[in-house]
Design a protein around this ligand. Sequence first.
Ligand SMILES: [Fe+2]
Ligand SMILES: [Fe+2]
Length: 295
Amino acid sequence: MTATANKIEKYDLNELIRTVAKTELGSISNVVNKLLSMLRDQSTNAAALMQVIEADPVLAAKLLRRVNSASYGLNRSISSIQESIVMVGFNGVKELALNMKVAKIFERGMQSVRYSRKALWKHSLAVALLSKMIYRREFKERGDDIYSIGLIHDIGIVAEEEVMPQAFSVMLDKTSSSMPITAAEAETFGYDHQLIGARLCTAWKLPQDMTDVIGRHHSLPDASKPTAKLSMALFIADHYCHASGLGFEYSITKTQEDADKICASLNIQQKSMEVMLADIKKEIAELESTGGLFG
Ligand SMILES: [Fe+2]
Ligand SMILES: [Fe+2]
């Protein structure tokens, strides 16, 4: 750890990753890891999913409250995780459980005019939903990792804020229309949230494709890579969420021109993007108004 002249603590990347392991962010990595691998593994059975959820009573209670909420519109009350899986669907329960666990990380933290963890959580949720929608509609594939990638793609920002709040504020103050967050991070810390995210994926033993996509999510996707579809869906979703107010100030690093280029290469019409975005905005607003944003 180093202190600048005005005593602001900054960590080098290795120290940061080690320190994160001792925070709440690190403590949930075990359950998140299990849920993520269950999300990608279609052979996971209901018993294994139930075991993970029931081992975490707070998560189990939240999940039951959520599936019994009006937004699911079920005509009878659900009293067990097993029933929830039957009624909401296997993948639905897995995604809900993952949302709730990851949301915990975003519940507290800094609130400022330019940034709040709540805004970052809304952004992450919106990107997860939109990138999955793009993947399924445009590529006609399940894309099992895309939802998880969307949900945690900016986790490096939370790590910076959690471990070095003062330096994080200094970094945020540097951001402007000509200084995007990645440049301000590089100047302040010597690394950015993409790199932290990739290192956390590795530390948490998450799949390599997640590590690769999260580690380069602000760069124009390389069409020749096996992860190109994941990267493209994430890139467009991230851009459109920021551009439509589901982000925070100066966090935009992508240009409309680049997003347009990717949409054109995938033959995604502007109208189709608008329809998907309107759906996501409606879903997020509904979650917020029913108190379901954090599970
Ligand atoms: Fe990002
Ligand atoms: Fe983002």
